[in-house]
Design a protein around this ligand. Structure first.
Ligand SMILES: [Zn+2]
Ligand SMILES: [Zn+2]
Length: 296
């Protein structure tokens, strides 16, 4: 069974409104692409900072700019007008765990935890960029994976999203790799994988990195191998922000999962997890992106 749980019903544009995107017709567009690509389990996970309730958790200027919608209206829309699993992508905010826990006390099927900020500095945006903070690349990477470890241990999340997002700007093949440390990166991964394993939660394999400057899947193969070694279960997602990206590049992800010996994927319902075999779908047989979907 294939899944896509880390999905947004709109782009990250500030003016991509809930009114325009939380509609049955928009969901139908996502469903159609999921159907074409053999994805049976589809869920949505809007960014927590899109909701006014998030400002009770954190008042970063970026969140203040984006927090316009009502979280309960989003939940009601997904529950009452769609057959999608109800999720949310919640940032880990160190020191605000109790307030985030309050916000997350709603009937989600799953909560995806993500780290986009190291304190006030963003890992994957030009605005508020942590890369302008004067810290060394090694320090940013070390702190990033330590923060992933903290996020895993905080007990709020079912899945840790794009677990090596810190590589966002840096393709592995040199040229622009000044934001990626040299050599074997496993020394950075270690505390993160250990914490995820101890917490008993899942790790996300996401194809979103292929659409970003890094041009790689999240996480790197070595990170995923360490997760497999530690018996951490895998949740597969595209992090789509538009219908045509549902299940995008899954053949690449399935190839990697097969290569490292992952045979099952997480399925979530009511914050409970079970494992389902990936099944007969092999990378070669996965339906390719249809030209119709591309054209939408
Ligand atoms: Zn994210
Ligand atoms: Zn996302």
């Amino acid at each position: 069974m294939l899944t896509d749980y880390h999905v947004h019903l709109r782009t990250d544009d500030l003016d991509a409104s809930a009114a325009e995107h939380f509609t049955a017709a928009n969901v139908e567009r996502y469903r159609a692409v999921a159907g074409e690509r053999g994805i049976a389990e589809l869920g949505v996970s809007e960014h927590v900072y899109r909701f006014t309730q998030a400002l009770e958790v954190w008042r970063h200027p970026f969140w203040e700019r984006y927090a316009h919608d009502d979280l309960d209206e989003y939940c009601a829309f997904v529950r009452e007008q769609t057959d999608l699993r109800l999720g949310i992508e919640a940032d880990f905010v160190a020191g605000a765990e109790d307030r985030m826990a309050n916000l997350l006390e709603r009937d989600f099927d799953y909560v995806i935890g993500s780290v986009h900020f190291l304190r006030d500095g963003a890992v994957d945006m030009d605005d508020y960029s942590v890369w302008d903070s004067g810290r060394s690349v090694e320090d940013v990477w070390r702190r990033y994976f330590q923060t992933i470890a903290e996020s895993a241990r905080c007990g709020l999340f079912d899945v840790i999203a794009h677990p090596d997002l810190v590589k966002y700007w840096s393709p592995a093949d040199l040229a622009r790799s000044e934001r990626r440390p040299e050599g074997d990166l496993r020394r950075y991964y270690e505390p993160a994988v250990e914490a995820i394993a101890e917490a008993g939660i899942a790790v996300e394999v996401s194809t979103a990195g292929l659409r970003k400057p890094t041009g790689e899947l999240y996480p790197a193969r070595a990170f995923l191998e360490m997760c497999v070694e530690a018996a951490v279960p895998v949740a597969l997602s595209s992090d789509a922000h538009r219908p045509e990206d549902i299940g995008a590049d899954y053949e690449r992800a399935l190839e990697l999962l097969d290569a490292v010996g992952v045979r099952e994927l997480c399925v979530f319902e009511g914050r409970k997890r079970r494992l389902e075999p990936i099944g007969a779908t092999n990378a070669g047989a996965l339906p390719a992106a249809s030209s119709e979907a591309e054209a939408q």
